[in-house]
Design a protein around this ligand. Structure first.
Ligand SMILES: C[S@@+](CC[C@H](N)C(=O)[O-])C[C@H]1O[C@@H](n2cnc3c(N)ncnc32)[C@H](O)[C@@H]1O
Length: 223
């Protein structure tokens, strides 16, 4: 997907996916990851999500990666994060409080940074990507996360003929196909997420699944 698509969405204020409230699935299920307070949490394609502020409030260090500078700066402003900005490894990075926000292409995130991650939170990130990039996203995470790393994934599914994405429909069978070879997968919740906005976009049903994924041990590694 052309980065221009997303940059223009931010510039034109067409950010219908953005919520001002913390996602209830995050609040409900996060403790199941059993993370120590200071764990480093990766939020891929983070936008200006207030879920990052919730994660920071749990004592975590939040690593957000986002294409749009406007999104990152909006988050920092809204949450009054005193920060310094610099150019690092092809990204513009923002460091402040419990946040490190990396502005650039997620698929260029430095391997060292990914290897230091204790957990991943994905809401509206996998489903923002078209099929070929979803494959790449799942492979990229599998290639870089340390075995044992948990990931809370909130995904959407609907009849793709009723609406053009994003968000794209990523049903359970696809989550299985994308992740099962490298991650253990547990479904934590399944509920309807159909609201007026999505009804107006043509959907007759919209399902939200919350998963707990965990990077499997790498075959052949270890003693
Ligand atoms: C649907 S929004 C979801 C944002 C956030 N996860 C939330 O819940 O509000 C998808 C975001 O991914 C960003 N994005 C898309 N492709 C990206 C990429 N390759 N690297 C980094 N960010 C990307 C977009 O700019 C947009 O802010």
């Amino acid at each position: 997907m052309d980065p221009k698509f997303w940059l223009e969405r931010w510039e034109n204020g067409e950010t219908g996916w953005h919520r001002d409230e913390v996602h209830t699935e995050l609040e409900t299920h996060w403790r199941k990851l059993e993370l120590p307070e200071k764990s480093r949490v990766l939020v891929p394609l983070c936008g200006a999500s207030p879920d990052m502020a919730w994660l920071a409030a749990q004592g975590h260090e939040v690593i957000g990666v986002e294409l749009s500078r406007l999104a990152v700066e909006t988050f920092l402003k809204r949450h009054r994060v005193y920060h310094v900005a610099m150019e690092e490894l092809g990204f513009r990075t923002y460091h402040g409080g419990r946040y490190q926000l990396w502005c650039g292409d997620f698929f260029a995130t430095p391997a060292d940074l990914l290897a230091s991650i204790s957990a991943v939170y994905d809401r509206a990130s996998l489903v923002a990507l078209p099929p070929d990039l979803r494959e790449r996203y799942a492979r990229f995470l599998a290639d870089h996360l340390v075995p044992g790393t948990p990931m809370l994934l909130i995904s959407l599914s609907y009849d793709q003929s009723e609406m053009k994405g994003p968000p794209f429909s990523v049903p359970p069978a696809e989550v299985e196909r994308l992740f099962a070879s490298s991650f253990d997968i547990a479904v934590l919740n399944h509920a309807s997420a159909l609201d007026e906005t999505m009804r107006k976009r043509g959907l007759s049903a919209l399902d939200e699944h919350t998963y707990l994924l965990r990077r499997k041990p790498i075959a052949g590694a270890g003693a």
